[in-house]
Design a protein around this ligand. Structure first.
Ligand code: FES
Length: 151
């Protein structure tokens, strides 16, 4: 398999991966970063969201070799156990998690929004998260969580 150089959470890593391997597969299976989740595998649910050069992106449909050398940030690189990212804190404070499967995508998508727009309107938050699916239906709490982080 061809060599692949990635920059993940500020760390350079070298590994071997097939040309068909998705970024999500490499992150989870080769690098042990299980923050991003496999949901649909089709770019439609948002569970696998990571940042590529600071922009939220669906890792399940990105070829790993296509982002060689780019800055990849996963949930593991967003905050630490000691110092959560404000969006993570917002989710805790709002008790927005139910099953938790969508949380990676919700947090990464919302954090990317707040990095660009520190105080977005409710409509803007709704629009930004409209492509991230929560099967438990905790959208009201999720909106609350992001608004807490935006204050
Ligand atoms: Fe990537 Fe659903 S698993 S968008």
């Amino acid at each position: 398999m061809p060599e692949l150089g990635l920059k993940v959470n500020g760390r350079s890593v070298e590994l071997r991966a097939s040309h068909e391997a998705s970024l999500l597969h490499v992150l989870r299976n080769d690098l042990g970063l299980n923050g991003p989740k496999f949901g649909c595998g089709l770019g439609q649910c948002g569970a696998c969201t990571v940042w590529v050069d600071g922009t939220a992106a669906r890792a399940c449909v990105i070829p790993a070799h296509g982002v060689a050398g780019r800055e990849i940030t996963t949930l593991e690189g967003l905050g630490t156990r000691e110092h959560w990212h404000p969006v993570q804190q917002g989710f805790e404070d709002a008790q927005a998690a139910q099953c938790g499967y969508c949380l990676n995508g919700m947090v990464m998508q919302a954090a990317a929004l707040l990095a660009r727009e520190p105080n977005p309107s409710e409509a803007r938050i709704r629009s930004e998260l409209s492509g991230n699916l929560c099967r438990c239906g905790t959208h009201v709490e999720i909106l609350d969580a992001v608004q807490r982080a935006a204050l």
